[in-house]
Design a protein around this ligand. Sequence first.
Ligand SMILES: NC(=O)c1ccc[n+]([C@@H]2O[C@H](COP(=O)([O-])OP(=O)(O)OC[C@H]3O[C@@H](n4cnc5c(N)ncnc54)[C@H](OP(=O)(O)O)[C@@H]3O)[C@@H](O)[C@H]2O)c1
Length: 276
Amino acid sequence: MSETQGAVPVALITGASSGIGEATARLFASHGYATVLTARRKDRLDVLASEITANGGEALAIPTDVTHFEDIQICVALTLERYKRIDVLINNAGFGRLKWLEQLDPKDDIDAQLQVNLRGAIYAAWAVIPTMIKNGKGHIINIDSLAGLIGMPTYSVYAATKFGLRGFNEALRRELLPWGIHVSIIYPGGVETEFTQHTGARRKTNFATPKRVRLSAEDVARTAFRMVQHPRRQAIMPGYMAAVLWVNSLLPGLVDALVDRLFVRRERDIKKISTL
Ligand SMILES: NC(=O)c1ccc[n+]([C@@H]2O[C@H](COP(=O)([O-])OP(=O)(O)OC[C@H]3O[C@@H](n4cnc5c(N)ncnc54)[C@H](OP(=O)(O)O)[C@@H]3O)[C@@H](O)[C@H]2O)c1
């Protein structure tokens, strides 16, 4: 019998201090997973860990900044020291700065998004793969975005990170097939979380995903958990957005014209631009 057989399964979740990561940690813990909670805000992780243990679950909070490779290495080492295994990695840490490209700060907005959303996910996968290969199983779930499937104005760098994550996910999925390690991706549309507090977006048109069609963090968490139970390559949320993606791939000129007319010209105050 291998060292890890019969032990409690372990899910390591990045960005567990709020939103989708927090909801995912709660859900996995309620289904008997030992949850490793990582993010930068230690106080939030500690509160969540206490809540999970008070409800009879198992949680280990490890403050981790995914832009620091050493933090991830330490996090994985501490997890293996405590639980000897990592069954699931949820690559969820991320944020979006949703402004015109020329308004983004090269370091704080452009580099930071690339480092957290894309490089952070790559680092975390890199760090857990050896133990998954050793155990002959595992599941990596990348939390992407619809912005990883369709490029919209003010999402340029965010979309670059999420398109990049999609490519990484697909290649890694094929790399790890021989070991039976699953690599899946979730593309959520608007989710009701603290995400919007960090975008820096100021819209003249008030254009945003209507509240009634926004997903909850728990919706995404449930999809991630179902994916682990019944592995599949991807999930688009909500499912009907597949139709919009289909129109975009079939008629990109039409989508260009609509977006230009309904969003870009109004937001950019086109008269001002033409006099420059
Ligand atoms: N909300 C949406 O509409 C939406 C839609 C599609 C996809 N997503 C994706 O879903 C994921 C989760 O976002 P959310 O909506 O749940 O937003 P959120 O509530 O703001 O959560 C983001 C999480 O990422 C963590 N994080 C940020 N920078 C980090 C860093 N350098 N190192 C470690 N952790 C870091 C934050 O923790 P700390 O600040 O404590 O580090 C926080 O726990 C993101 O990848 C996002 O792109 C969100």
